[in-house]
Design a protein around this ligand. Sequence first.
Ligand SMILES: [Zn+2]
Length: 445
Amino acid sequence: MTAGRPEIAPALSAVWRHGRAPGAELRLWQDARLRRLVSHAYESVPFYRRLFDRHRLHPRHVRGVRDLEIIPFIDKAELRRQRPGDLLARGHDPATLLEVRTSGSTGEPFTVRRTWLEDKLQYLVRLRAMQGLGVRPRDLVVAVGVERPESDDRKLVGRTLRALGLHSRVLLDGLADPVHIAYELRRLRPDVLVGLPGMLNRLTTPDLAGALETVRPRFVVVGGEVTTPAMRARLGCTFGAPVYETYGSHECPLIAAECPWSGTLHACEDAVLVEVLRDGRPVEPGEQGEVVVTNLHAYAMPFIRYRIGDLATRAPSCACGTPFTALGAVQGRMIDYFPLPDGRLLHPYEIVTRLVWGSQGWIRQYQLVQEQRDSVVLYVVAETAPTEEQVAEVTRAVRPVLGDRVRFEVRPVARIPFEATGKLRPSRSLVWSEYDQAGPRPLSA
Ligand SMILES: [Zn+2]
């Protein structure tokens, strides 16, 4: 079998070269990658074999990107219905794969698996994007975020990259007290600051201005959640630096990154094919549609025409000369902090990680809502009706985080309603939300 994994040399050269290559070269490369991925998925992944057979589709029908439209869509709900082994290519032992458990932007817990090598390829794509934004080899990049469980491996990779003269990176725990984060930043003096916008936004309060006075990165990179215009303005003001956006997910770690020149997002099309569709048809520039991705470097667990659950605006092709297509505003994940009666601002990850990383396999989809300052409700669409003990287990896991003064309740429901924007908001505060103050960043092209 020759098609069992991504080919390293072509993937590497793509990552280092295609950001500047002519469009025709990129398209030929994408066609070849897509053909290879599709035949691999058909030959080796039981789920795709069944899916293609059901649609009377054979890999030979897919000659390139122009034939994408004949491949059926898949989504997280459908993948969750499969036996996990059926989503993996034959010959992979799940125990040897890296696992990323995610709630994504739709509140559906789900496990993404990839090989060590695939993970590193995704990391290189990120690195390339960071260089595109202006990161230099000797820069100290400080990220404020959530530690992934395979962090030892990350450190090893970090050391290797530093040995190669690439930038070093320090991760600060974004769930820590903002005062602590501010003083760590002051000590580290990052050249580039990276983080989840909601977490960085907490550093923009007037009481931290003094501590952050000397923290002057050349620029700030945000991603993982929607950044509102107000958040963007506050970050720019607090750190005295331009703010650039990236867009990614666990299934496709980097989907697009902002062009410092135009402000639109370049799709990272040497790693992922990005479609923006409405009623199954590509939208015109300026129109909004659903984001559908095909990860060209995921072979252990392929994602082909995967509806990721985000909405985006298609932007006109960027005048900076990139061969990549462009996106405008992305309506991705919106995570509200919960202001608690004891004065704490609780990040819902502190609760969500207990659901996603716990043994709560019965939760198909959830929405965590702070209904009042002292009341948090977990709405749950269950895979199978939970036992009293299963509900009690969730409550026991969550209670210590909320403290005594907040009521917590698990409420099973048949479905979780969409927002008016067509998005699900997995963590939502009705007390106060950054996202209800203003809409998403408008298309800046
Ligand atoms: Zn551009």
